[in-house]
Design a protein around this ligand. Structure first.
Ligand code: ZN
Length: 374
């Protein structure tokens, strides 16, 4: 390192091939660093074992020449857990140059991941661009090592990895989707269709992939292969059309609907404000019950339920008094000011709130007669 930057030698190696868990002469901060890192690696092994048991997709990332790789193999071997060691040995090593995925430097990176998960990311530097320097420089807060700047994944790599995970999940029959928020559902019920809702009709009739670019007025280019450079027009794939796993080495096109196709699909669309979807299952059952039951039988059932509720009210009142007697005097005082009816009777059977208007069932109220039929 130049004298202008302090002249020191930069970070010294803390491990070597014979001392994967740390060089013997380490002391002070270096020893602490290595000890803590080793603890972290051991914790990673425990997490890996959990992933193995649960059948998770896994991925470990480190520079291609990192000591982590032989060390990890050593720690896995130490577990003596044969099925786990076997599983670990089948993980796939994927190497790439970070610049092939949007980074400004050609950091040689290795992923050790579930087989086939990140295979499509194995791309080398195309050699047709300049790389940012690895030379340390003086920044606002002292000397900056560009290695640290390379720790953060560039957005392009994030998107590509996310897409790989999405495809692998789809292959396993898992299709992650955002739970619609209550506000959006309410909007939908008011007839306000927004971008957050599933389209009533998918934008494309079909989506297909091909090795060569195609020009057609009914086709729209959705994504191009990685090899087309950083500016390839990658977009998230449609939710419905494309669920099979494919390596992204092809052009992807969406095919517009013909007017006839669109009309046919439009006719089959279920209205998002369909009243049927408003009613809770319990309400629907209550309506069926009220409509199908003889009014006299229904009246008797209701009366019986109300009497049962009143009986329960009296029983619970006694229990409440007994409970209050066991309370601390201060707590008891508060409770005696705020009278708690044993329960605000909520009919467990929704048909009590049936036809012919409101049916008063609050505790202590007189039933006041049975509602008459419609
Ligand atoms: Zn490069």
């Amino acid at each position: 390192m130049p004298k202008s930057m302090g002249g020191h030698m930069g970070p010294q190696p803390l491990r070597d091939a014979d001392n994967l868990l740390g060089l013997p002469h380490l002391c002070g901060a270096d020893l602490t660093k290595v000890t803590l890192a080793n603890q972290l690696y051991r914790a990673a092994i425990v997490i890996l074992q959990l992933c193995f048991v649960l059948g998770c997709l896994v991925s470990i990332e480190n520079p291609g020449r990192s000591w982590l790789w032989p060390l990890l193999a050593l720690l896995v071997h130490e577990t003596q857990d044969q099925p786990f060691i076997q599983w670990f040995s089948k993980l796939e090593a994927v190497y790439f140059d970070a610049c092939a995925h949007g980074s400004s430097r050609d950091k040689r990176t290795k992923l050790l991941a579930t087989s086939d998960l990140f295979s499509t990311l194995a791309i080398d530097c195309s050699g047709d661009h300049k790389h940012a320097s690895w030379q340390p420089f003086r920044g606002e807060h002292g000397v900056v090592f560009p290695t640290a700047m390379e720790a953060e994944y560039p957005p392009l790599l994030c998107n590509r990895m996310a897409e790989c995970v999405r495809q692998s999940a789809a292959h396993m029959g898992v299709f992650p989707s955002l739970q619609p928020r209550l506000k959006e559902l309410l909007n939908l019920n008011l007839g306000h269709q927004t971008l957050r809702h599933e389209p009533l009709i998918p934008e494309y009739a079909t989506v297909f992939q091909t090795d060569a670019p195609v020009q057609h007025e009914s086709h729209k280019l959705l994504s191009a292969p990685f090899s087309q450079g950083h500016h390839s027009t990658e977009q998230p794939e449609g939710t419905q059309e494309h669920k099979s796993k494919r390596p992204r080495k092809e052009f992807k096109y969406g095919v517009w609907h013909t007017p006839e196709q669109f009309l046919t699909r439009a006719e089959a669309v279920v209205h998002p404000m369909d009243n049927e979807s408003f009613l809770h299952e319990a309400t629907k059952n209550a309506i069926k019950k009220v409509v199908r039951t003889d009014p006299l039988v229904l009246a008797k059932e209701r009366l019986a339920t109300v009497f049962n509720l009143r009986k329960l009210t009296n029983e619970l009142k006694c229990q409440e008094l007994a409970l209050k007697d066991t309370m601390h005097p201060d707590v008891k005082r508060v409770h005696s000011v705020q009278e708690h009816p044993p329960f605000r009777a909520r009919p467990q059977t929704a048909w009590l709130l049936g036809y012919g208007g409101c049916f008063p069932v609050e505790a202590g109220n007189s039933p006041g007669g049975v509602a008459s039929g419609p």
